[in-house]
Design a binder for this molecule. Structure first.
Ligand code: NDP
Ligand code: 8X3
Length: 252
């Protein structure tokens, strides 16, 4: 039986999830990398090998697919020590009065309900073993609302509330729950938010040095490798040039 810890990472095909998969694999974890873009997940297998990375393809909105994929893991991958609930995105940036209902559905279905479906599939094993660590990726948008952020902010406020409530419910089960709340990280996030408009996405990161996905991955690795007695419950991590959701020192 492997002594290495196994971490299931949602959204491992891009950005923060992908960087976290790389960092944790390099640091001796076994990774269950999940997402919809299987070609991207396969690159992780090619990099680290089948003994270190297992891929699972599902849309987190599809609760039956989530359940089936995780319940169907082969025995050597079925003990999940760490869950990184990272899959998520913003869809659109518009005042509430002109918001697109499909964008609202996407954000609530992926960022909130999808996270819950994954938890539902992973938690029984952790509770039975009285051991596990869940890290939810929230956002500064889950701490402060900002103009036009409405439903994305609501989805991340929900992640914040769930993280706090899960920590209370699971403390007696030996399962740690932590939350990482990043400010601006340069990933495909803005490209998704602006529906493929790369030029508009690039303006979000102009005039200052945004966080890189690897910065969040390093933090997650640090959180996961503290002594058993320690739970770093919540971290707000910002670029040096960012002071709040709306105050950014840009030099354009
Ligand atoms: P990316 O767009 O680079 O990555 C998003 C990841 O989520 C992809 O791997 C994508 O995989 C996955 N994903 C999206 N929708 C689904 C779905 N329906 N089913 C399964 N997987 C899905 O963005 P980031 O890395 O920046 O975002 C990761 C997390 O960090 C998100 O929760 C985001 O809200 C949060 N965050 C990001 C910040 C930033 O500034 N970038 C700041 C604060 C928080 P695939 O498309 O292959 O399914
Ligand atoms: C992503 C950061 O400020 O664009 O969660 O909402 S922000």
């Amino acid at each position: 039986m492997s002594q290495k810890k196994t971490a299931l990472i949602t959204g491992a095909s891009s950005g923060i999830g992908r960087a976290t998969a790389f960092t944790l694999a390099q640091q001796g974890f076994r990774i269950i990398a999940t997402g919809r873009r299987t070609d991207r997940l396969q690159e992780l297998v090619e990099q680290f090998g089948q003994g270190t990375v297992k891929t699972l393809a599902f849309d987190v909105r599809d609760k039956a697919a989530v359940q089936e994929a995780i319940a169907g893991l082969p025995a050597e991958w079925s003990t999940i020590d760490v869950l990184i609930n990272n899959a998520g995105n913003a869809h659109g940036l518009a005042p509430i009065q002109s918001g697109d209902v499909d964008d609202w559905d996407a954000m609530l279905d992926i960022n909130v309900k999808g996270l819950l479906y994954v938890i539902k599939a992973v938690l029984p094993g952790m509770v039975a073993r009285k051991s596990g660590h869940i890290i939810n990726i929230g956002s500064i948008a889950g701490k402060e609302a900002y103009a036009n952020g409405n439903v994305y902010c609501a989805s991340k406020f929900a992640v914040d509330a769930l993280s706090k409530a899960m920590r209370i419910d699971l403390v007696q089960e030996g399962v740690k729950v932590s939350e990482v709340n990043p400010g601006a990280v340069e990933t495909e996030f803005s490209e998704v938010r602006f529906k493929g408009d790369k030029e508009r996405a690039a303006t979000v990161y102009k005039g200052y040095e945004a966080l890189q996905a690897e910065d969040i991955a390093d933090l997650i690795h640090f959180m996961l490798t503290r002594p058993a007695r320690v739970n770093i419950a919540e971290v707000l991590i910002l670029p040096a040039a960012q002071a709040s959701a709306t105050v950014m020192h840009k030099q354009l």
